[in-house]
Ligand binder design. Structure first.
Ligand code: NIG
Ligand code: FE
Length: 424
């Protein structure tokens, strides 16, 4: 797919008519629990986008009469239309790959033991520090092209493979440049606290203090990130360190996110709910108390089934979380280690087949709740008048084909801000 200028990306005009169904969650906040399965389904639907913003959603028969000569008209011809996907957790800017580690893991090595030996996140950090701005930009640009073709119209991206001032800022600058140039909207997250780099080993508390004093304020001042994230895990950062880092981030005006309870339950979900994180992510090992706390909070539980799949772990307790009243989002966790994939089709399939999430819940989790997990549910994540014109035409007449056509990309046409990108 080719790139458009930032202006074009935000101001397309389009009419989609004769959709077998236009399907969307509704609202400007995350949908929780049973609300996640309540989709609006409009038969023989139509959507109008004007200057990048949705101006009509309804039946084709009731499409308001008017002058659509400035609009591109698409006949959806009996196919389904859904909102663009929001991938709310990725590490898309990085140098190098870790294909050897994948083989080691398949032979029984654990993710954490590889990291403890200086591999894992540390390996990608060495490669990212050595990569130039242009190299990071080019490789992430290709990844964004593929994501767009899979129907992702907004993506969150984390720094965290620099962990020094210079490389962290470079990763965030790359995301800013990509956001300006690529059709994709990128929500940038500062994740300097992804691990403790070799030069700070054993001085985790000092490293946290240094980030709070020396890096976060500059990231805030230059507007390089909207969120801050930390890997709260046994052997990485403790809940106390995470609390200190995220509290400082909130005070600087960032939204807080946390990698929580992935390998061990350290109380990360409880912490996220207590301090008002936008999202708590992974949660494979989240306790009953953690789930209850998330359900009672406005924190989105972001689940990453491709990571559990790739690490041969069990899946997060999605069914129990939704039944307890949580707002669940799904994301790919694209990164060069634990989940080297941007496959929304695989995410959809794993969620429905192994995590007992319904197709309706999964669609909400990948659209409106993903948008809430990046703080943008007011403007994206559903097909409603006033929201951005980010939507997808599928190859089939129903959203139910998304998990059913297992791991296949059935996105035929991507519309981003009213601008059309065809997959065929
Ligand atoms: O979300 N768990 C920590 N961070 C990433 C993995 C990063 C990596 O392995 O490079 C994750 O899975
Ligand atoms: Fe992650």
């Amino acid at each position: 797919m080719s790139c458009k200028s930032k202006r074009a990306k935000h101001s397309g005009n389009i009419v989609i008519r004769n959709a077998a169904q236009v399907v969307t969650p509704t609202g400007k906040t995350a949908r929780k629990g049973a609300e996640m399965s309540a989709l609006a389904v409009i038969e023989d639907g139509a959507v109008v986008v004007t200057d990048g913003v949705i101006t009509y959603v309804g039946s084709t028969a009731e499409l308001p009469a008017g002058d659509y000569s400035a609009h591109t008209v698409i006949d959806a011809g009996g196919r389904a239309v859904v909102p663009g996907f929001v991938d709310s957790h990725t590490h898309l800017v990085f140098g190098g790959y870790r294909e050897e580690e994948f083989s080691w893991r398949m032979r029984g090595d654990s993710y954490m033991s590889i990291m403890e030996r200086g591999g894992g996140i540390h390996s990608t950090t060495r490669a990212t520090r050595a990569a130039s701005f242009d190299e990071l930009f080019a490789s992430a640009h290709e990844r964004l092209d593929r994501m767009l073709s899979l129907g992702i119209t907004t993506v969150e991206g984390k720094s965290g493979y620099g962990m020094d001032r210079k490389t962290e800022l470079r990763q965030l600058e790359v995301m800013r440049a990509l956001d300006a140039e690529h059709p994709m909207d990128i929500v940038p997250t500062y994740m300097g606290a992804h691990a403790t780099p070799a030069e700070w080993k054993g001085r985790e508390d000092e490293f946290i203090d240094w980030m709070i004093a020396e890096v976060m304020p500059e990231v805030a001042e230059r507007g390089l990130a909207e969120c801050c994230d930390i890997f709260c895990e046994r052997g990485v950062f403790t809940p106390e360190q995470s609390r200190r880092y995220l509290t400082a981030a909130l005070a600087l005006g960032f939204r807080a996110k946390i990698h929580a309870d992935e390998i061990v339950d350290t109380g990360g979900a409880l912490l996220a709910a207590e301090i008002g994180c936008l999202s708590a992510d992974h949660l494979l090992m989240a306790s009953d108390e953690g789930i209850a706390a998330l359900a009672a909070s406005s924190t989105v539980a972001t689940l990453l089934p491709c990571t559990a799949f790739s690490l041969r772990e069990h899946y997060a307790r999605a069914r129990e979380m939704i039944d307890a009243g949580c707002a669940v989002a799904l994301a790919t966790d694209l990164n060069p280690g634990s989940s080297f994939t941007s496959s929304i089709p695989l995410t959809f399939a794993l969620a429905c087949i192994y995590m007992k999430i319904s197709a309706e819940e999964a669609l909400t989790a990948l659209t409106l709740n993903g948008a809430a997990a990046v703080g943008r549910a007011e403007s994206i994540g559903s097909l409603e008048v006033g929201k951005r014109g980010d939507l997808l035409v599928l190859d089939f007449p129903s959203y139910k084909f998304l998990p059913y056509h297992v791991a296949m990309n059935i996105v035929r046409t991507v519309v981003k801000g009213g601008v059309v990108y065809n997959n065929q």
